[in-house]
Design a protein around this ligand. Structure first.
Ligand SMILES: CC(C)(COP(=O)(O)OP(=O)(O)OC[C@H]1O[C@@H](n2cnc3c(N)ncnc32)[C@H](O)[C@@H]1OP(=O)(O)O)[C@@H](O)C(=O)NCCC(=O)NCCS
Length: 131
C-alpha cells in the first residue's frame, strides 16, 4: 500500500503454532527510503479485535507521518477484513490524540491501558471502523 509520502512494509511474527498474533508495519519515507514510523498491530485480546500503536522516529516528528501511517494501516486492516481496530494512548498524549482523530478514529472512552512493559496508564481509547 503506497501512501502520499511513505510506503508501508509489513512484518508479522509467527507464534509457536505458526499463526501470527503480533506484527509491525513500517512506514518508509518515499523521498529518502528511511523508515519513519512503526505501527505495531496485534490481535491478542480476542479474535477479530485488533489493537494498533504508533512510534514516529524523533527526527521525523511534526511532519504528518503519524496521520499518514495510521490512515494507511487502518486501510490495510479493513482491506483484509478487520471490521474495527482499536487504539489507546495516554490521556495527556496530545499529539497522538490529535493524530487518532485526524486519521479518522472515533473517541470511545477513557480506561486503563496495560503497556507491554507492565505499567498501566490511563488512556483515551479510539476505534476505526471499516466503511
Ligand atoms: C505521538 C507521535 C506518534 C506523533 O507523531 P508526529 O509525527 O509528531 O505527529 P504529527 O506531526 O503528524 O502530528 C499529529 C497531530 O498532532 C498535533 N500535535 C502535535 N503535537 C501536539 C501537541 N503538543 N499538542 C497538541 N497537538 C499536537 C499536530 O498538529 C497534528 O495535528 P494536525 O494534523 O491536526 O495538525 C510521536 O510524537 C511519537 O512517536 N511519540 C512517541 C511515541 C508515542 O507517544 N506513541 C503513541 C503511543 S500510542
Amino acid at each position: 500500500m503506497v501512501a502520499n509520502h511513505a510506503q508501508l512494509v509489513a512484518t508479522m511474527t509467527r507464534s509457536a503454532s505458526g499463526i501470527g498474533r503480533r506484527g509491525q508495519l513500517v512506514a518508509v519515507e518515499a523521498a529518502t527510503g528511511e523508515p519513519v514510523a512503526f505501527v505495531p498491530v496485534s490481535n491478542v485480546t480476542a479474535p477479530g479485535s485488533w489493537n494498533v500503536g504508533l512510534w514516529v522516529t524523533p527526527a521525523k516528528r511534526g511532519k504528518g507521518f503519524s496521520v499518514e501511517a495510521l490512515r494507511g494501516v487502518m486501510e490495510l486492516l479493513h482491506e483484509v477484513g478487520v471490521e474495527v481496530a482499536h487504539l489507546g494512548t495516554a490521556v495527556d498524549n496530545e499529539a497522538m490524540k490529535a493524530a487518532a482523530v485526524r486519521s479518522g478514529c472515533t473517541f470511545d472512552e477513557v480506561r486503563p491501558h496495560k503497556l507491554p512493559n507492565g505499567t498501566t496508564v490511563m488512556s483515551n481509547w479510539y476505534s476505526h471502523r471499516a466503511e
